[in-house]
Design a protein around this ligand. Sequence first.
Ligand SMILES: *Cc1c(COP(=O)(O)O)cnc(C)c1O
Length: 365
Amino acid sequence: MKIPFVNLHPQYNECKKDIDSAIKNIIKNSDFITGPTVEKFEKAICDYTGAEACASIGSGTNALVCALRAVGVDECDTVWTVGHTFVSTTEAIVNVGARPVFIDIDEYYHMDLEQIKDFNPDCPPAAILFVDLYGQTPDIDKLKRFAKKYKIKLIEDAAQSFGSEYKGKKVGSLVDLTCFSFNPVKNLGAMGDAGAVTGNKILIDKVRMYRDHGRKTKFEYDTVGYNARIDNLQAVVIQEKLKKLDKWTKEKRKICQRYTKKLNGIVKTPKEAPWSYHTYYVYVIETPKGTRDKLQKFLKGKGISTNIHYKFPTHTTKAFKEYNWWPLPRTEYVCKNILSLPCYHTLTKQQQDYIIKNIKDFYAN
Ligand SMILES: *Cc1c(COP(=O)(O)O)cnc(C)c1O
């Protein structure tokens, strides 16, 4: 049996008619960037997430950049973040001229606020850029209490958590600004790069300025911005898929919870936080120390493709090593021992059982 790590074909097949006709319309009207198509998309994102305002962006990475600029982060500022994430999180901070400060993670792979050693309350960070890693949020109320006390802006890297909930409330209006990615493999995937920022209207108007060359109106350039607009083709594709998202998420959650039931005790299975509706962007297990690479190779031999999210913590990579201020033992341990299993709404019971059986076999010998 051959089981790919991701399989995007069923998503397209389930919305083929609507996607094809939406794309044809865009081409027929030569309606490629800006205008009513974008506004309609942004309204759809607001309706789904409950956010007051939304600025569509050309990628999740640029969503982070525009959000950091919109809350006023610039040179000389520090931004707290995590090293256990996709590189974009840190890249965005450095690209706006600020310095990332890495904080270790907790049992849910989230920034661990208990870990803040040597924090000098006289010079708090300008912002905290936290990550909803794998599809669930950290304890937002706890973060908010801390941020309010020290007047720190909160930005949520929600690239992996579109559709997730915190205490029954959708991700999108929980903190100052929320950044989404609609990269094809994310919970809600475009057919290319796309992203969005949600939040209150005042901040989102600033994000809109940054995404469009820093202009307020057509000829008024008020600040130095970027070209970070969404493609209308992507905007319509995402809207068609959005109609199916809740169904896909429900089916995916069932598969993940079944994995957990069957694999618990053999490997460390992901823990759903009590405040979370977890959307499982990826299903990640923690293998017994020192066995990850052998297990991955073994599964590959059985036709099962797996992945690692992520293999190297950002602070240890060549590009960001100057920000490697101190060791992050849990981050570094986790990156050596995690493995992501195939997980999508069309993974069959038979395929899942085959994966489970092989993991059991590997640890039985
Ligand atoms: C995917 C991802 C991004 C970047 O999104 P792109 O749309 O690919 O630019 C940022 N942060 C995290 C945590 C991600 O998983």
